[in-house]
Design a protein around this ligand. Structure first.
Ligand SMILES: Cc1cc2nc3c(=O)[nH]c(=O)nc-3n(C[C@H](O)[C@H](O)[C@H](O)COP(=O)(O)OP(=O)(O)OC[C@H]3O[C@@H](n4cnc5c(N)ncnc54)[C@H](O)[C@@H]3O)c2cc1C
Length: 262
């Protein structure tokens, strides 16, 4: 059961960070959907980010600026963002949960099973923090755990980009056994594979190979092989490392085929 002793409602993001730094045992609340699952968690002071104005999607000519408290449902139904990554969120449990779970609460803890992180990793995605320097999603995922800072917004560069997201699950709304995303922008490919079961990672060698070779059925086969061999896979209740490795080839191949055909 989740027990919250004290709920703090800051008026600004600066105040929220101050509260976080001043209270050793304080905890940030996103949507609370994942925290709520804890079997035995006592939060001394929960800092509620609602009402700080970081739950909006804004855009200008060059980028989308997504507040960290934007829900997965808001992302899913946003007309311009929908083609970029709706496939990665549309089957996360159900609409009720997606109305609660936030993009900030997904990215900040670097959930390894995340479908959304994999989809965002093949876009030009930058993270804006209070209490920490801005950083690309790619670099953030490689960093050690961040302490005493708050994710404020996520910036996605507007580009002429083609994307594809693929996943394999035991049932449609289950956690992914493996997920993969591919993008191509001005001839530059990105390939990301997540839920391995470790957090999503780019397949750099496959990306380099794709950059140097025209996309054909043959090069897709080779690139999928490279991705499968360069990434590491592990075991959990959903699948074995061997199974994940085999499925990596299948998902990357399907994603590249889709990008080639659109
Ligand atoms: C039953 C269930 C099934 C799910 N299945 C899937 C799935 O199949 N695929 C998938 O991709 N996702 C899945 N999710 C995860 C979901 O997409 C969200 O990632 C998750 O709910 C966390 O979002 P939240 O807003 O609820 O965060 P919370 O539970 O509020 O917070 C999660 C953590 O992030 C911290 N945090 C939150 N916001 C911020 C911030 N702005 N700055 C700093 N720290 C912050 C909190 O302190 C906490 O440690 C599932 C979630 C649930 C509850």
């Amino acid at each position: 059961m989740l027990v919250i002793n004290k709920l703090l409602k800051p008026n600004t993001i600066e105040e929220a960070l101050r509260l976080l730094k001043d209270n050793k045992k304080a905890h940030i609340l996103g949507g609370g959907a994942f925290l709520r699952l804890s079997s035995d968690l006592q939060i001394h002071a929960a800092i509620d980010l609602y009402g700080l104005g970081i739950d909006k999607i804004e855009e200008n000519d060059n980028e989308f600026i997504i507040g960290a408290m934007t829900t997965l449902r808001d992302l899913e139904v946003h007309k311009a963002l929908n083609p970029l990554f709706s496939k990665s969120v549309e089957n996360i449990v159900g609409v009720q949960l997606r109305n609660i779970a936030t993009i900030g609460g997904t990215i900040f803890p670097k959930y390894a099973f995340s479908d959304l992180i994999t989809a965002l990793l093949v876009l030009d995605t930058k993270l804006i923090f209070e209490g920490k320097e801005d950083i690309s999603l790619e670099a953030y995922l490689l960093e050690k755990k961040s302490d005493k800072c708050i994710l404020k917004s996520i910036i996605i560069k507007k580009e002429k980009i083609k994307t594809s997201f693929k996943t394999i699950k035991n049932s449609v709304s289950d956690y992914a056994i493996l997920n993969a995303a591919v993008s191509v922008c001005h001839g530059k490919y990105k390939v990301a594979v997540g839920a391995r079961p470790s957090v999503s990672s780019l397949a750099y060698e496959a990306m380099t190979y794709l950059e140097m070779n025209e996309l054909t059925e043959e090069t897709i086969e080779v690139a999928s092989d490279i991705a499968m061999n360069e990434l590491t896979f592990g075991n959990n209740r959903l699948g074995s490392d061997h199974y994940r490795k085999d499925m990596c080839k299948v998902l990357v191949k399907r994603a590249l085929m889709e990008v080639m055909s659109c």
